[in-house]
Design a protein. Structure first.
Length: 294
């Protein structure tokens, strides 16, 4: 499993062919394998790299599809792993592969679980894809990410970000353990953590629509250092004099900041805005999906 260094947001820059960091610590590898839910679901591995996890996942005797961007690494893994009808190494970009397409390579259908060491530059994009926009999202994700991102994902009210709210709307995340740079060869410049994300059967709160919910959440976090009434007024083009009464009608102190709001409070704002007859949220890529991390 390779750890790729942060890169720019374009597709080519996001997938640098060099600068890979391979998991080399057997204890960390075994801890990740031990954390794989024992539910028998097929597993999709993201970015197997040198195969440190892939070999162990294959030994679980469960259907496995690994998606590797690097063609040379994919070819090497194919040569190393046993020939099995329920085991495939695909060469491609995980952002271009749906869960159903990946499982079709081994003749299986969703649901599935997902394991991977996520490059920093695609973490938010992949979470958006796998929690929201994929027609058959994974039932759970067991992923290694940059430690600061892991802390955002699991953050409670008071420390939340756009990413926190987005993930926790769809799933229940848990930070399992930290991973130091020395666990990789060569050591990266960033620290890591392993997070388990268990998808909820339904979103955490009842909302008029996911698009409306995320319109309000994006508005609140558009200016996260400002008080919530100022941020919402500026982001949603509201008359400043109307933002404070709107928040007060939802039992929310207008002087609070977005990081302190609970999911229930965001839902109340979404319902209130919907009932007010506000115009539909503007299309911004995928309005239903979790936004990228700030």
């Amino acid at each position: 499993m390779a750890r790729r260094s942060p890169a720019a947001s374009s597709r080519k820059a996001r997938r640098p062919p060099l600068g890979q960091h391979f998991l080399a610590n057997a204890d960390i590898r075994d801890a990740i394998i031990d954390a794989v839910p024992n539910d028998g679901l097929p597993i999709i591995e993201v970015g197997p790299g040198g195969g440190a996890l892939t070999h162990q996942l294959a030994a679980l005797d469960r259907p496995l599809v690994a998606v590797e961007f690097d063609a040379n690494l994919a070819a090497r893994l194919r040569a190393e792993l046993p020939a099995r009808d329920d085991l495939r190494i695909l060469n491609g970009d995980i952002l271009d592969v749906t869960v159903r397409e990946a499982l079709a390579a081994i003749g299986r259908q969703p649901p599935a679980g997902l394991v991977g060491n996520l490059p920093y530059a695609i973490t938010a994009l992949l979470l958006r894809r796998m929690l929201s926009t994929d027609p058959d999202p994974p039932r759970w994700l067991l992923v290694m990410v940059q430690r600061e991102v892991a802390q955002q994902i699991v953050a409670p009210p008071g420390k939340r970000s756009l990413l926190s709210v987005s993930v926790q709307f769809y799933a229940q995340p848990e930070l399992l353990f930290n991973v130091e740079p020395a666990a990789f060869d060569p050591p990266p410049a960033v620290r890591s953590a392993v997070v388990q994300i268990q998808r909820r059967p339904e979103p955490a709160v009842d909302v008029p629509s996911e698009a409306r919910f995320f319109e309000v959440v994006r508005g609140g976090f558009a200016f996260p250092r400002k008080q919530i009434h100022n941020s919402l007024a500026r982001a949603l083009w509201l008359d400043p004099d109307t933002a404070t009464p709107w928040l007060e009608s939802c039992q929310i102190d207008p002087t609070r900041r977005a990081a302190t709001l609970t999911l229930d409070e965001w839902a109340r704002l979404a319902w209130s805005r919907e009932r007010s007859g506000a115009p539909p949220p503007p299309l911004q890529g995928d309005p239903n999906g979790p936004p990228a991390a700030p």
